[in-house]
Design a protein around this ligand. Sequence first.
Ligand SMILES: [Fe+2]
Ligand SMILES: [Fe+2]
Length: 476
Amino acid sequence: MSNVDYSEKIPNNVDLANDRTLQRALEHWQPRFLEWWREMGPNDFASVDVYLRTAVGVDAQGWAHYGTVKMPDYRWGIFLADPVANRTIGFGDSFGQPVWQQVPGEFRSQFRRLIVTQGDTEPASVEQQHRLGHTCPSLYDLRNLFQINVEEGRHLWAMVYILHAYFGRDGREEAEELLARHSGDIDKPRILGTFNEPIEDWLSFFCFCYFTDRDGKFQLKSLAESSFDPLARTCRFMLTEEAHHMFVGETGLGRIVRRTLEVMKEIGSDDPEAIRRQGAVDLPLLQRYLNFWFSSSLDLFGSEVSSNAASTFANGIKGRPDETTQYQDHVCADSTFEIEVPDGKGGVTKDTSPMRNAMNEVLRDAYIRDCEIGLKRWNIQIKRGGYKLELKLPSSRFRRAIGAWANVPTDLDGRPIDREELDRRMPGWLPSASDKAFVKSLMQRVVEPGKMAAWIAPPDRGINNLPVDYEYVRLN
Ligand SMILES: [Fe+2]
Ligand SMILES: [Fe+2]
């Protein structure tokens, strides 16, 4: 079961050859996907050779094969993690019963909406990153960008497979729509806000991988708990690919910090202007980018209190990340969760919500803790360099557009402030026009093997035990 069949038109480990109707439907979708990739993907690089990994199995160990591929020839396919024998439902009202191999009719539209929303983010990110290749800071980074792009394309396949295989005609229509919406499109935008934000520079790209892909990790982890077993298995395998995307974000930002500290040491100053004159990113600027992408990504979890979250949990559709290992009470019928909400008088008050209704917040809290890890690491580097500055995540109340804190003016610490103060101080908290212009000026492409742009340190090691100066992308 776990071996992938590459002799098929669509590589898969789901025995597609034995389901002619499904196979035909997906083979019909395949050229549309390729057309979308040509139009919206990194197509200026269609003819270059890229050192990419491809899935050859679904075991945690050794699932990937590395080799040189032209991106349009990448073997996008359908890979589900192996089934767990006698798996039972891990949470909600049907706790302990056998998992479902088909979607129960009464939950069909809830499932469909979740799968479509997840599926929509995958091609969206490819569209957002569409032109980044032209300004890569190194061949190593260029290869990582392309690896992420092809894998997000594969994640789209993962969701389209579920739609086609389990949602009949509706599913096929949704699969078409996934290629019809586009990031930032006025008429047909992507479903979630963050996925319509342009990513025009590599600092934003690394922030996106660090914060937004991490939201993806948490969503996938909670869908990997789902009672609908094919969805759970699909998401479990997606998570193994996703880990690399977060690695790119974390090491990318870490390498920027390291380079900035080197420059600060060289010039003996932490003056932002002096650092910028050396072509590096000053830390206050980095902080403003963190503020932007973190606050934007927090909204992806939805409202603090949500009847929708309660019902997807109760119905066994979407659990909590690591449901089995992290929690004792998997039913949460009577437990409660305390949340902080605005008191309407410029202050903060505590509110108690039934636990099930607060599942978005439970997820968001876990996500925030995960986001802290990288910052701690970078702050240790900064401290070792002898500087007092600390990078910090803003409060989860800051700059929210969804939920209890939507459009409530607060400072970075989440302290409610009046609108006039917000307007006055916000430019210092988010990337300014001149920050963006400066970052843009840094985006000069560096494509000599092993060489790095002046604003980023080299990685500690190369890909798959190859040296850092390996020619990961052959441009001609
Ligand atoms: Fe993804
Ligand atoms: Fe990703």
